[in-house]
Design a protein around this ligand. Structure first.
Ligand SMILES: *Cc1c(COP(=O)(O)O)cnc(C)c1O
Length: 364
């Protein structure tokens, strides 16, 4: 017997045509001439970066962002397009970036100096992105470094300032005052860099803040199917579906308990099914006694704690009762990653980037 769908505890299906369609939705959302760059950090939010890049290359995606040099190195052979490293220029790594054709996002004054010196030593001028922090206080040049760089920028004649960027802190909260304040600050900085492309929006910003698209948006979560308009119908298609196998079923009586710690006590006679998914698969333990799986479209609440490999759900209300080998829907038509995240007290991003390694992965 070969190990295939019949042996997999879970089946993770990744719909690359939906991902390509979502890229098209970003294109339609932005004006002609605005680039839609793809953010493919963290293995494309857990979906496997080589597959995702192949799909995006077909859509003529012009630019890729990753978080780390190692991620950049992995995708460097997969595309001729520029690959930029959001975490910045790590100390003493300028030659590595140059040798491997990686573009740094320069987040600190020292990184700007280091890039300039490395380029100058080779008597070339190479592109970089300058990241200005406009109010998130995470990465990028702070207010003093920004003033200093604006005053001294002509000295850095071995850096081609291809883009300037910043990042919204609150683009997911409609009407938040910080968003226009950050854009205003970005406009003030932008005036000093007339030749550079300007980039400010992530997915939320792209869909909720059409005034701030500038020359490029950075598409992440909504490419992968998460909803960039939390209070509205999702404008993008789901990309991920996930199901897991029922390993055992059993009747339970009122007063019996389920799982580690006996944290759930049944209030009536019913039936339980034990499903082959647990926190080692990225099925978060916080879903214990909170989340829901679906069988034949019917909600089946999680009873008891999620354990490493297993989760128990109540199924007594199903007629006929489910059988060993039936597959329970974790993510699919009845439950999005955003829905599951809400039950787990987290965000869809964490559901995707936690997706485990034991599923059989199917790319369609
Ligand atoms: C991760 C990231 C993005 C993409 O954000 P989404 O919310 O997933 O669209 C864009 N810009 C920067 C700087 C990021 O770190």
């Amino acid at each position: 017997m070969s190990l295939d769908e019949s042996s997999a505890p879970g089946i993770l299906t990744i719909d690359l045509s939906a991902l390509a369609a979502n890229y098209g939705t970003f294109k339609r959302q932005t004006r002609a001439g605005c680039d839609v760059a793809a953010v493919v950090k963290a293995d494309s939010y857990g979906l496997e970066v080589s597959r995702v890049i192949a799909a995006l290359e077909n859509e003529n995606c012009p630019f890729y962002y990753v978080a780390t040099p190692e991620e950049a190195l992995k995708i460097r052979p997969l595309t001729k397009r520029p690959v930029a490293v959001l975490d910045g220029l790590f100390p003493d790594m300028a030659d590595f970036y140059i040798d491997h054709h990686l573009m740094p996002v320069l987040n600190r004054y020292e990184e700007i100096t280091a890039w300039h010196q490395a380029c100058k030593a080779r008597e070339i001028a190479l592109p970089a992105i300058i990241h200005f922090d406009t109010g998130m206080n995470r990465l990028g040049l702070g207010p003093e470094e920004t003033e200093r760089f604006i005053a001294e920028k002509d000295r850095f004649d071995h850096i081609l300032i291809e883009k300037i960027m910043s990042h919204f802190a609150c683009a997911d909260e409609p009407g938040h005052a910080l968003t226009p304040a950050q854009a205003k600050r970005f406009d003030e900085i932008s005036r000093h860099f007339p030749q550079a492309q300007k980039s400010l929006c992530n997915s939320y910003g792209t869909f909720a803040q059409p005034d701030y698209h500038y020359d490029e948006v950075r598409a992440g979560m909504a490419l992968y199917g998460l909803n960039p308009l939390p209070a509205q119908e999702n404008p993008v298609k789901p990309v991920v579906s996930l199901e897991a196998r029922i390993l055992q079923t059993r009747p339970v009586k009122k007063g019996m308990n389920a799982g580690y710690g006996a944290t759930y006590r049944f209030e009536k006679d019913t039936a339980l099914a034990t499903v082959a998914i647990g926190y080692a698969d990225g099925f978060l333990r916080s879903l214990g006694n909170k989340g829901t799986l679906y069988l034949r479209g019917q909600p089946c609440p999680i009873r008891g704690r999620v354990s490493m490999d297993l989760t128990t759900i109540e199924v007594g209300h199903l007629d006929p009762l489910p059988q060993v080998g039936d597959m329970a829907e974790i993510l699919g038509p009845h439950q999005s990653a955003d829905d599951l995240a809400a039950d787990a007290g987290t965000i869809g991003y964490e559901i995707l980037t936690s997706l485990g390694l034991r599923y059989q992965r199917i790319y369609i």
